[in-house]
Design a protein around this ligand. Structure first.
Ligand code: ADP
Length: 392
């Protein structure tokens, strides 16, 4: 067991590097601001959300080997807020003694949905069946050879994000939706509920899970709309979900956060959908509703500090603030002052200059005496608040 590295939080020379300067970087920076540490971020523009919560913003591309390598050489611990970074540079930095969390070799598995599925199969972890196919032709061949039956879900192996690399193919009339990319194909799961468990692990081997949350999706945008904590499922399902999430963390054996997205099927099975080895949308509510936020926990985990308690302080509902459909341009928040009058509402506005249809512009977490009460307040905000552009 490694000793806890508690000196790092009271050492203004200690540098945490984050690849990515989006909203997750911003919220990591906010959490770190309570300590005496430096936060460095690498992304293409300082005007991104993370730009004003870090000590040093380095402009560069986290997909570029040299940019990541040169950035990483300057920090003590390197982490990510997005998976699609240059892992060759991370592997080299690790060889040269820089602490990189999550481990780049595991990140290589996670960022490819095909390798991720193969990993679960090898480890005997519960997930749906799957096949890996090269491109659209391969998929059409598999259909005509009867190796693939409708309905199925096609997922782009690389660079899928917020449902954008996912196509549901129900019958031959959907064949025009098949993407021409290396794909992981799985059956359409009969989903009862979508759940998520965010787990943290540090180098000393301490592991803690946040309470299971339930996600409700926007009917058309394929993005989480409401997130409920605690979830409405039975204690038995919660135990099952948390036990699967812990096993996934054990199998990956990484430090930092691991957000485990799960399907609860109509038959009562828990299946792993996918994981993210970083702070995640399904943990945003923890800032306002748990003893420790997921962002503070990620920092504690990568710095090998004792993990914080994951207990819930209050029930909560998180609502993503999405750019309104039909508006692209300089963001304007309509109905903000009316929404701020609603009890229990905590605003998190990311500070993205430009709004686009369904772009994640911020989130609110509503706390209340029950999920039902918080949910009603969240619905009021949803009715009042709109992110539009007033440019002509
Ligand atoms: P992303 O990485 O873009 O978030 P996901 O793999 O999580 O993509 O899929 C996005 C959403 O699509 C899921 O949350 C779920 O609602 C739906 N989905 C994904 N896979 C399946 C499946 N096999 N069966 C049914 N619905 C699915």
């Amino acid at each position: 067991m490694k000793n806890f590295n508690t000196d790092s939080v009271s050492n203004s020379d200690f540098k945490i590097g984050i690849l990515g300067g989006g909203q997750l970087g911003k919220m990591l920076g906010l959490a770190a601001a309570n300590w005496d540490v430096q936060i460095w971020m690498l992304d293409t523009s300082k005007s991104f959300p993370g730009g004003n919560t870090c000590t040093n913003f380095v402009e560069g591309n986290f997909k570029n080997y040299d940019d990541v390598y040169n950035f990483g050489k300057q920090v003590d611990v390197l982490t990510i807020e997005i998976e699609h970074v240059n892992t060759d540079a991370l592997l080299q930095l690790e060889k040269e003694g820089i602490t990189v969390h999550p481990s780049p070799s595991k990140l290589n598995i996670i960022k490819d949905k095909g390798l991720q599925k193969q990993f679960y199969a090898e480890q005997g972890l519960p997930t749906s069946e799957f096949q890996l196919l090269r491109d659209k032709n391969d998929i059409l061949d598999a259909i005509s050879n009867e190796n693939l039956a409708y309905p199925f879900v096609q997922k782009s192996r690389l660079a899928g994000y917020d449902g954008k690399g996912v196509a549901v193919i129900r019958s031959a009339s959907d064949n025009n939706k098949i993407m021409d990319v290396p794909s992981m194909i799985e059956p359409l799961v009969d989903i009862d509920k979508e759940l998520a468990v965010v787990v943290a692990r540090n180098e000393s081997g301490e592991v803690k899970a946040f309470p299971t949350v339930e996600m409700e999706f926007h009917p058309t945008a394929n993005l989480v709309e409401y997130l409920l904590c605690p979830s409405s499922v039975s204690d038995e399902i919660i135990e099952k979900a948390e036990s699967v999430a812990m096993k996934v963390m054990e199998a990956f054996d990484i430090c930092g956060l691991l957000a485990v997205e799960l399907f609860l099927t109509k038959k009562g099975e828990i299946l792993i959908n996918e994981v993210a080895p970083r702070p995640h949308n399904s943990g945003h509510h923890t800032i306002d509703s748990c003893y420790t936020s997921q962002f503070e926990q990620h920092l504690k985990a990568i710095m090998n500090l004792p993990l914080g308690s994951t207990k819930m302080k209050t029930p909560s509902v998180m609502l993503n603030i999405l750019g309104a459909d039909g508006y692209t341009g300089k963001a304007h928040y309509q109905g903000l002052s009316e929404s701020m009058k609603i009890e229990g509402v905590n605003f998190h506005i990311y500070g993205k200059e430009i709004t686009k249809p369904f772009r994640k512009m911020g989130h609110i977490t509503v706390v209340g005496e029950s999920v039902e009460v918080a949910r009603q307040q969240a619905e009021l905000v949803k009715d009042k608040l709109k992110v539009i552009s007033i440019e002509s």
